[in-house]
Ligand binder design. Structure first.
Ligand SMILES: NC(=O)C1=CN([C@@H]2O[C@H](COP(=O)(O)OP(=O)(O)OC[C@H]3O[C@@H](n4cnc5c(N)ncnc54)[C@H](OP(=O)(O)O)[C@@H]3O)[C@@H](O)[C@H]2O)C=CC1
Ligand SMILES: CC(C)(CO)C(=O)C(=O)O
Length: 305
């Protein structure tokens, strides 16, 4: 397959580096990472081991391929979509966390929009080097649900290089289930500065479960079938499966970067407000986590108004 990975940070470099074992991959990223990949290839360490030589560029315009994977942070999706719109793809697939990315891509692009979720753990350690801290699972499918031959081909492309990837027909529900996982894990691990596994017990466990239950309630208010029990079970299964991971939001806070809180806990708060008039829906845990993260972003000077 001919694959563009737009956003060669932690996740994008892991996926692109491993996909380049078998496929034609172009990474879109920034220097000095892009120059390092061009000079010496991309080294993947940890749960995957590979050194590959994908193409790499800092210019994401006028590219083409079978599929473009979007792996920028949620607040960069609009810019990625504008750049991808100058190119030519059969499909563009968001593998980001948070909600709203697929709508942003669909507004800008003419091709098929796929959605995906990834529970891999990735940390870019140095220019040209990414560590995989957990292989996790990848799920892809049509963003609006239903069967998609190109999603099937993409899943096969991931499988061929060693990822555990499935194409599914119920992506909208899967995105809510992943939102519950991220609402439960990301903010709590970022604020408490703990690995994902710390959420399996104690106060952190109570918080993560409560954030996930609130997310499931909001999902049901939107006619998405996600029970509290499933949301909590998914949070705990991912926390256990990625116990030694530094979540992407904790990585952001530790590096003093803007977080994706608006697209995760903040999205749950906004969606609850929309549904609230009819259903008296309150989400105090997600509201508190969102406010704390936004206060931290303001204090660190990384939040854009
Ligand atoms: N890391 C992980 O383990 C996991 C991450 N995710 C999700 O995947 C997404 C990506 O996360 P992650 O990889 O950690 O994030 P990173 O910030 O490490 O990667 C995103 C990269 O995209 C680059 N970028 C953004 N806009 C452009 C542009 N216009 N042109 C070129 N490069 C651009 C950024 O550069 P710069 O920083 O200079 O702007 C950055 O290097 C997020 O939604 C995250 O929640 C999901 C599962 C696991
Ligand atoms: C699955 C999980 C929680 C893995 O750390 C993740 O998606 C993230 O870190 O953003």
């Amino acid at each position: 397959m001919d694959i563009v990975v737009f956003g060669a940070g932690s996740l994008g470099s892991l996926l692109g580096g491993v996909l380049a074992r078998e496929h034609d991959v172009t990474l879109v990223g920034r220097d000095p990472h892009v120059s390092a990949v061009r000079d010496a290839g991309l080294r993947v360490e940890g749960a995957f081991e590979a050194t590959t030589t994908p193409d790499a560029t800092t210019d994401g315009t006028d590219l083409s391929g079978d599929v473009a994977l979007v792996t920028v942070k949620a607040f960069d999706t609009a810019e990625a979509a504008s750049a991808l719109a100058t190119g030519d793809f059969d499909a563009v697939c968001s593998l980001q966390n948070g909600m709203g990315n697929e709508e942003t891509l669909a507004d800008a692009l003419d091709c098929e929009i796929l959605a995906g979720t990834a529970t891999c753990g990735a940390i870019r350690q140095a220019p040209g080097v990414v560590e995989c801290t957990g292989r996790g699972e990848i799920v892809v499918g049509a963003a609006d649900g239903g069967d998609s031959p190109i999603a099937e081909s993409l899943a096969a492309a991931f499988d061929a290089v060693g990822f555990d990837c499935e194409a599914v027909a119920d992506m909208p529900r899967r995105l809510w289930a992943k939102l519950a996982v991220n609402a439960g894990i990301n903010a709590v691990t970022a604020l408490a500065r703990v690995d994902n596994g710390a959420l399996l017990s104690g106060d952190a466990n109570d918080l993560a479960r409560a954030a996930a239950r609130e997310t499931a309630r909001v999902a049901r208010a939107r006619d998405v079938s996600l029970s509290n029990r499933e949301a909590v079970a998914r949070v705990e299964a991912v926390a256990e499966g990625t116990a030694t991971n530094t979540s992407s939001m904790r990585q952001d806070v530790e590096a003093e970067r803007r977080t994706e809180v608006d697209a995760i806990n903040g999205y749950v708060v906004d969606a609850a407000c929309e549904a609230r008039r009819e259903l008296d829906l309150d989400v105090p845990v997600n509201r508190t986590l969102t406010s704390l993260l936004r206060a931290w972003e303001d204090g660190a000077g990384v939040r854009e108004s």
